[in-house]
Every structure is written in C-alpha cells, then in structure tokens.
Design a protein around this ligand. Structure first.
Ligand SMILES: NC(=O)C1=CN([C@@H]2O[C@H](COP(=O)(O)OP(=O)(O)OC[C@H]3O[C@@H](n4cnc5c(N)ncnc54)[C@H](O)[C@@H]3O)[C@@H](O)[C@H]2O)C=CC1
Ligand SMILES: O=C(O)[C@@H]1CCC=N1
Length: 280
C-alpha cells in the first residue's frame, strides 16, 4: 500500500500534531496531502509557512477533504468538538479516525461519532525530528469491519507513524495510559533533568550558553551511545562510574534520595491522571 496516496486532516493541530505532520513532511510525505486546522489563525498560518501543508480554519471542510483524520485537540475539548461536528452533519463512517488525546477511551468517542474505524495513538513530540515513539491501539470493532479493512488501517497508521519514529502496537487499550506515562510524557522528564543540570552548571560558574551546550551534548551523546551499544543502560552507567571516583558520589546521592521511588511515583501519577481524564 502506498501511504502517500492518502490525505490526512489534522484537526486542532497544535504542539503534538505539528510535530507529527512536520515529521511526516520531513520524511518525504507530500505536504499537498496534509491539511491541518487550528481555530487560531496565526497558528494555522505558521504551520503552512513552516511545512508547506494546506491549512483551514474550518474543521468540517478539512475533514471532508481527507480519508485519514487525526484528532489533536486537548482531551477536555474533544467531545464537545466532535458533538459540534456531528451536529454540522459530518459523517465519519468512511474515514479512518486516529486520536492522539490522552485519557479518553474509545467508547467516549463512539458514543458521539458512531462505531467507526478507530485507532488510539500515544505519540511524543520528538516525532518532529523523526525520533518519536508512538504507542498504537486499534479500537475498530471486529464484528463490524473485516479483518482485511482492520489490517489495512493498521498498515496506514504504521506507515504514517513509522515515518516519524518507532511504533509499538498495544494489545490492550489501557496500555495507552502506561505508554503515555513512559514515552508520551517522557521528553518532559528528560527536559526537566536537562534544565536542572543546566541551572546547576550556571551555579557552578559556567555562562548560560556553555551550560546549555555541555548539558545538551551530554544528553545527545548518552542517548546516541546507548542506541549504538549492546550494553544495558545499567552497564553503560557503570562504565562511567569509577569505583571511589566522583560519579560514584553523585550516584550515591541519587540513590540515597531514592531516585527509583521518585521515578516510580511520578509515572504512577501520570497513569492515574490518564485514567481520571477518561472520566472527564
Ligand atoms: N504535547 C505532547 O507531548 C503530547 C500530547 N498528546 C495529546 O495531544 C493532544 C494535543 O496536545 P498539544 O498538541 O500539546 O495541545 P495544543 O494545545 O498545542 O494543541 C491543540 C490545538 O487545538 C486547537 N484547537 C482547540 N479547539 C479547536 C477546535 N475546536 N478546532 C480547531 N482547533 C482547535 C488549539 O488552538 C491548539 O492549538 C492532547 O489531546 C494530548 O493529550 C499526546 C502525546 C504527547
Ligand atoms: O500531558 C499530557 O496529558 C499529554 C500526554 C502525554 C504527553 N502529553
């Protein structure tokens, strides 16, 4: 299947959808086949200028032009937006619907737009540079659609998200909440750690530019090295930690302050919030 023949409408294209569609364009997908809406004219124009895609202020018109619809608004706005679109007479039955919203479970959507072909996706923003991770769950009702249609939809989705990073198909819908806590939110955790390291580097006497440079390159180098190595993350860390050396002292502080428990509690809190959001 040639995925470039599909037309994609990103409805409510903000940070996350912008990263996905930007990554798609960067990977060679024809920008003429991508249309994005945003209710804010400036944001919409910025997407057109940056990526050369088509943009529209009108969700209805964008949906009518596409066969793959990516719903990218905040969970709190999603159901009201879909209700409004159904009231405007939009028929979703011939479209593949992909939602990137955290929390909201499939039954919340089908209650409004019907029992349509449906994929839940949990991407992350490094999709913009082709290094995203997307958890995918197919929620199409197998008693209504054939196995062939479902496989085709999964293929369309895989091609789209493989173009912007790695994809992981999930067996259960609840795993979307889990992968959201790990890789969906994950960039925020790494950015937070980088921010704190940079602040400390400035406190130690480096100017901001130098602090940014050394922290960024350390993060980049560590990730690249791990990606190219057969060693576990633990072994790579051990390789840096000379017995009796300075790294060992820093690692001791992380352990004494229970970094493992901090990370575990933080991810549990993210999973819990996703489950609460499903009930909004
Ligand atoms: N930001 C992230 O790293 C990730 C976000 N997500 C999910 O992606 C979704 C969007 O998140 P962000 O992109 O961060 O939010 P965002 O606020 O940047 O993007 C949403 C955009 O939708 C626009 N919008 C709102 N209502 C609209 C309507 N009725 N018609 C047209 N445009 C409308 C807003 O102007 C906004 O620019 C959320 O549901 C979130 O759960 C999922 C994974 C990661
Ligand atoms: O913060 C959120 O709710 C979304 C889900 C994962 C990343 N951003």
């Amino acid at each position: 299947m040639n995925n470039k023949q599909h037309t994609y409408a990103f409805i409510g294209a903000g940070n996350m959808s912008g990263a996905i569609l930007g990554g798609m364009v960067n990977s060679g997908i024809n920008p003429d086949n991508i249309i994005a809406t945003n209710r804010t004219k400036e944001k919409q124009q910025a997407l057109h200028q940056k990526f050369g895609i088509k943009t529209d202020l009108d969700n209805k018109s964008a949906i009518e032009q596409a066969d793959v619809i990516i719903l990218g608004v905040k969970p709190q706005m999603m159901l009201a937006m879909l209700t409004d679109l159904v009231e405007q007479g939009i028929d979703f039955s011939q479209k593949l619907i992909i939602t990137v919203a955290a929390g909201l479970t499939i039954n919340r959507y089908t209650g409004i737009i019907g029992n349509v072909r449906f994929i839940r996706c949990m991407p992350n923003t490094p999709s913009l540079v082709g290094l995203g991770v997307s958890g995918l769950f197919c929620g199409t009702d197998a008693s209504k659609y054939s196995a062939e249609v479902i496989e085709q939809d999964k293929e369309i989705t895989s091609v789209m998200f493989d173009a912007v990073g790695k994809t992981v198909w999930l067996k259960q819908e609840s795993q979307i909440d889990d992968i959201a806590a790990v890789s969906g939110s994950g960039p925020a955790y790494f950015f937070l750690f980088m921010q704190r390291m940079t602040e400390k580097a400035v406190e130690l006497g480096f100017d901001q530019e130098t602090a940014d440079k050394i922290v960024l390159q350390t993060a980049l180098g560590s990730a690249q090295m791990a990606a190219q190595s057969d060693d576990s993350f633990e072994q790579l860390r051990v390789n840096v930690t000379s017995p009796g050396g300075s790294t060992a002292e820093a690692v001791k502080v992380f352990n004494e302050k229970e970094l493992d428990s901090i990370v575990s509690s933080a991810l549990d809190a993210a999973v819990l919030r996703a489950k609460e959001m499903s009930k909004l």
